[in-house]
Design a protein around this ligand. Structure first.
Ligand code: NAP
Length: 279
């Protein structure tokens, strides 16, 4: 089977590495020739090009570009595809993508592998990125069953566990566990940087250890991805941020009032609540 991948970066490159090692013929398209050359040199693809016409031979096409270019790419891609070709994407937000792309290509299946690193680009591609991770698939009532089954079969070949849900459910849930943490983590680093005493900043940077590494990690990743999830999941992100701000205010109130009992109660509840997340 020929697998097409458009966007040879962290996610597209990692899919290519794994599927190629499982015997698929991988056709890759990326915007820069040097990325195509590196993808070939790294064994991510069998063939690569900067022209979407290469996708004409693909049976399944994964769109792995930034969120903002998924719809324009599908528009450009359609004239090259045969009616049976399955198109799927890996975008971190689903509702606007599924709404925009499904009318362009009926054989489209929205997807989102829940895996990543803080790195980006072809050099960031790694084998086995999806092993043991969830791969969310968001078909609509109109999505052909054959197309959904094929995408899920490939996700399982990547070692992922498939989860099906509605695009809107996906976006609301990832606002809580992915997009809010990204913003909370980024604002944490920004707040530290607002300390006016440079000696204290230098000391803090020197003392920073595992706690700071864990809490700052997702805020220190690819800025383009952060802007894209805010733009595409704006409503759900704002909803979660506003509830987060209320929680922060409640903690501030307890500390100002030296209400250590209330603070301890809240921290006990968060300690218990955290255990419900499948980390
Ligand atoms: P990335 O590392 O920046 O890779 C995207 C690649 O797409 C770039 O390296 C770029 O390659 C290429 N590209 C950009 N515009 C293009 C275009 N118009 N046509 C063809 N190629 C183009 O980003 P990523 O982290 O893999 O994210 C890709 C998608 O996966 C996004 O939609 C994101 O929401 C989703 N996602 C990301 C994560 C994560 O943690 N990073 C996790 C799950 C899903 P060139 O070098 O050729 O410009």
């Amino acid at each position: 089977m020929n697998i097409g991948i458009v966007g040879l970066g962290l996610i597209g490159g990692s899919i290519g590495l794994d599927l190629r090692s499982r015997g698929f013929n991988i056709l890759g398209v990326s915007s820069r020739q040097q990325t195509c050359d590196r993808a070939q040199a790294r064994g991510v693809v069998n063939e690569a090009s900067i022209h979407l016409s290469l996708m004409a031979a693909a049976d399944v096409v994964f769109i792995c570009t930034p969120l903002g270019s998924i719809e324009p790419i599908v528009r450009e891609l359609v004239p090259y595809l045969s009616p049976d070709t399955i198109v799927t994407d890996v975008g971190s937000v689903k509702t606007p993508i599924v709404q925009a792309v499904s009318p362009l290509w009926p054989n489209f299946v929205g997807g989102h592998p829940m895996a990543g690193t803080a790195e980006s680009g072809i050099e960031a591609a790694v084998p086995d990125l999806f092993v043991g991770r969830l791969y969310v698939v968001t078909p609509t009532a109109q999505t052909p069953t054959l197309a959904v089954d094929k995408v899920e079969e490939i996700a399982r070949l990547l070692g992922a566990k498939v989860y099906r849900c509605e695009p809107i459910e996906h976006d609301r849930a990832v606002a809580w566990i992915s997009h809010l943490p990204l913003m909370a983590s980024a604002t944490l680093v920004a707040a530290c940087d607002r300390e006016g005493d440079r000696d204290i900043v230098n000391l803090a940077q020197h003392l920073a250890s595992s706690g700071f590494r864990d809490t700052s990690r997702v805020g220190g990743g690819n800025p383009e991805l952060g802007v894209m999830v805010a733009k595409y999941n704006r409503e759900e992100l704002l909803r979660s941020l506003s509830i987060y701000r209320d929680s922060l205010d409640e903690f501030i109130t307890d500390i100002e009032a030296q209400n250590w009992q209330a603070l301890e109660h809240k921290l006990k509840l968060t300690q218990q609540a955290r255990q419900n997340y499948k980390l």
